[in-house]
Design a binder for this molecule. Structure first.
Ligand SMILES: [Zn+2]
Length: 321
């Protein structure tokens, strides 16, 4: 019974999206349902004695989609207390951008949002930065990774300067290191890190991975001694000897981490071109969100991203620092 209801709810979201992305009233009511989850309340005093304001002449909903609180008498909209606050971008464009960001494998560019929604490029950029922020789990809120966890690092960004000779890649370049920890058949946690020292990588592992887990890495020296923190121990493959699968044991590999990096790099070079170091953590969060919700259908994933918008505000200063 519960299962069939859930199925019904999911297919409804998918069917709703075209209307949500094209009609402002439908979009507002969609955000109100998903963010308040059936319990509209006042963001100032948390009272649930709230009502929709209507136009005195027409009896239709207030043009700004305001609500009023019976208790504190203040007015508010569903934007308050979410990443949509302080933005005048219509709800239908937010809905479209959430939908595209969640369902496009490599992400969606601000340029495409600008074209589709017919908004300015700065407005589209603003929107996409906030959507990425909604997709970023709050520090410490994510569960720890369990069972078999692959760990690996890669280097992102930093186009070679003209005339500097052959393009170097990998360890020892000026690119930004990104560290991935990924469960076999499960979730991923990636961190943009300052360096790839043993100290940095082990700190990230201990923050993100349950101590009962088994860690699999390659032979990079920074991983030496990782096993002492995890009861499942540490095994590694030697890429330099082309030993991608250790001793015929087909379970010892870092292929999952490597394929997660392949998607990230294709997205960053294909859609985002040059991503600045400052913004890289949020782009990485966006790719992690899609990885971690890949078993959901597109309707559920869109709702999960929108619900992540709640309780998070991001002012312009935070973004440009
Ligand atoms: Zn109130």
């Amino acid at each position: 019974m519960k299962k069939s209801m859930a199925h019904l709810d999911r297919s409804e979201v998918i069917k709703e999206m075209p209307a949500v992305c094209s009609n402002e009233l439908v979009a507002v009511e969609f955000f109100e349902r998903k963010i308040w989850q059936g319990k509209p309340h006042c963001p100032h005093c948390q009272s649930t004695k709230v009502y929709k304001m209507v136009d005195a002449k027409t009896g239709e909903r207030n043009k700004r989609f305001l609500w009023r609180c019976h208790d504190c008498k203040k007015q508010f909209t569903v934007r308050i207390g979410t990443v949509l606050e302080e933005s005048r971008i219509p709800f239908r464009h937010w809905a479209y951008a959430f939908w595209r960001a969640v369902t496009s494998k490599k992400g969606v560019s601000a340029l495409e949002i600008k074209r589709q929604c017919q908004i300015s490029y700065p407005a589209a950029l603003f929107l996409m930065h906030r959507i990425r922020f909604a997709m970023t789990p709050e520090r410490g809120s994510a569960r720890k990774l369990e069972c078999i966890v692959e760990a690996d690092e890669t280097y992102v960004g930093g186009k070679p300067r003209p005339g500097t000779g052959p393009h170097k890649s990998g360890r020892g370049t000026k690119k930004t290191p990104v560290f991935a920890m990924v469960e076999r058949n499960g979730e991923i946690r990636r961190r943009v890190v300052a360096n790839v020292s043993g100290r940095t990588l082990k700190a990230a592992l201990r923050e993100c991975v349950d101590k009962e887990a088994k860690i699999i890495t390659d032979e990079f020296p920074s991983y030496a001694g990782v096993g002492k923190y995890f009861r499942g121990k540490h095994e590694f493959v030697t890429h330099s000897r082309r030993e991608y699968v250790l001793h015929g044991n087909h379970n010892i590999h870092t292929n999952t981490a490597e394929s997660s990096f392949a998607i990230l790099k294709r997205g960053i070079t294909g859609i985002y071109h040059a991503v600045s170091k400052k913004h890289l953590p949020r782009y990485v969060s966006e790719f992690d969100f899609r990885w971690n919700t890949r078993k959901m259908n597109d309707g559920d994933r869109t709702v999960a991203a929108i619900q992540g918008a709640f309780g998070k505000r991001l002012d312009y200063r935070t973004l440009t620092q």
